[in-house]
Design a protein around this ligand. Structure first.
Ligand code: NAD
Ligand code: 13P
Length: 349
């Protein structure tokens, strides 16, 4: 079979928009089969219907992306193994905390010929140290894995407002170009960059900066403070990325995945919004409670990423160099008050 078959593993807010982008291109491009499978973590809606059935009859993800048609060629499938069975291109896009379990379920179920891309912003911390999600996928499944990150608030792309994104690749530029082709539309401009770790660390670490920006908003500290937090955050992102992977390039931080994603997430993201509410409550309400109440099933990545980063900093003896990252974690756990977000010296990370 010379045509590629794509399966999207994940169907949350961004997962559904990714399926929509891919589905529109699969119809147009002769090198792809029309049908795009989407694995759905099955759930029963309040009216008793299964989410998968509703997606397949209405062509909408009524829970995570209401009001948007995904494209008739998107087929929702609640069976993970069945969903990936015939695909030679896999797009991973779930909250990062579920990726360990998903990889375990897929182990031995995909062949080495398959190409993958991760849209997941996050990392796992293992005994040996941090493991980026693309490496987790590569190692567990024995397949190559690119990443796609960028300033991409899903609801804005869903209504086809212009934005950019960055594909990070390890070896084959040709494969990166195939992913660029599959995602690009007139309103979604994708650029390939030969720096998979840099791109993925940008997408992951900016969620911690967004939590800090939310605290600043909740405390009504103003625009200058927020800009300072974004600048310090970007410096810490670059410093930590380079300590973890010396190959990371400075230029990556000027791509969509870097400065642009920091800006959009600190202005309009979910991490920012929930952190704002946390600071407004004086740290009295928990992130778990606020997430459940404000996001209705969507998941925050910044709080757990702050903890994972803290573990890495602690383990490596780097805490002093990353006052913003470490302060965010200590505020999230209640050890420090939200006001502490500006009570540190910039150690020039
Ligand atoms: P989301 O925040 O909408 O999360 C909800 C999804 O998680 C649902 O599909 C739900 O079924 C699934 N889920 C719940 N419990 C599960 C379980 N036990 N196992 C597996 N899945 C389960 O998800 P999203 O917005 O698609 O985010 C996925 C990734 O994309 C994240 O890393 C996020 O940072 C990143 N991202 C999101 C956006 C955005 O604007 N939403 C933009 C860019 C990147
Ligand atoms: P939030 O998860 O904070 O909404 O950020 C979405 C995002 O990654 C935008 O690029």
């Amino acid at each position: 079979d010379l045509k590629s078959r794509v399966t999207v593993v994940g169907s949350g807010n961004w997962g559904s928009v990714a399926a929509k982008l891919i589905a529109s291109n699969a119809l147009k491009l002769p090198s792809f089969h029309d049908e795009v499978r989407m694995w759905v973590f099955e759930e029963v809606l309040p009216n008793g219907e299964k989410l998968t059935d509703v997606i397949n009859t209405t062509n909408e993800n009524v829970k995570y992306l209401p009001g948007i048609k995904l494209g008739r060629n998107v087929v929702a499938d609640p069976d993970l193994e069945n969903a990936v069975k015939e695909a030679n291109m896999l797009v991973f896009v779930t909250p990062h905390q579920f990726m360990g379990g998903i990889c375990k379920m897929l182990k031995g179920k995909v062949t080495g010929e398959v190409e993958a891309i991760s849209l997941v912003k996050g990392m796992e911390v293992k005994k040996e140290g941090p493991c980026m999600i693309s490496s987790l996928i590569s190692k567990e499944l024995g397949i190559n894995c690119c990443v796609l990150m960028g300033a991409n608030i899903a609801n804005e792309i869903a209504v086809e407002k212009f934005s950019e994104a960055t594909v990070g690749y390890r070896e084959s530029r040709e494969i990166a170009d195939t992913w660029v082709q599959l995602f690009s539309t007139p309103y979604f401009m994708v650029t390939p960059v030969h720096d998979v770790e840099g791109v993925e660390l940008c997408g992951t670490l900016k969620n911690v900066v967004a939590i800090a920006a939310g605290f600043v908003d909740g405390l009504e500290m103003g625009n200058n403070t927020k800009a300072a937090i974004m600048r310090i955050g970007l410096r810490e992102m670059r410093a930590l990325s380079k300590l973890l992977f010396p190959s990371v390039k400075d230029s990556t931080f000027f791509e969509s995945c870097g400065v642009a994603d920091v800006i959009t997430t600190c202005l309009g993201g979910r991490n920012r919004r929930v952190a704002e509410a946390f600071a407004q409550s004086g740290g009295k309400r928990s992130f778990d409670e606020l997430e459940a109440e404000m996001l209705q099933g969507q998941k925050l990545q910044g709080v757990s990423t702050a903890r994972e980063v803290y573990e890495v900093l602690n383990h490596c003896g780097w805490m002093e160099m990353f006052p913003l990252f470490s302060t965010v974690h200590q505020i999230c756990t209640g050890r420090l008050k939200p006001e502490a977000i500006v009570h540190y010296r910039d150690h020039k990370a």
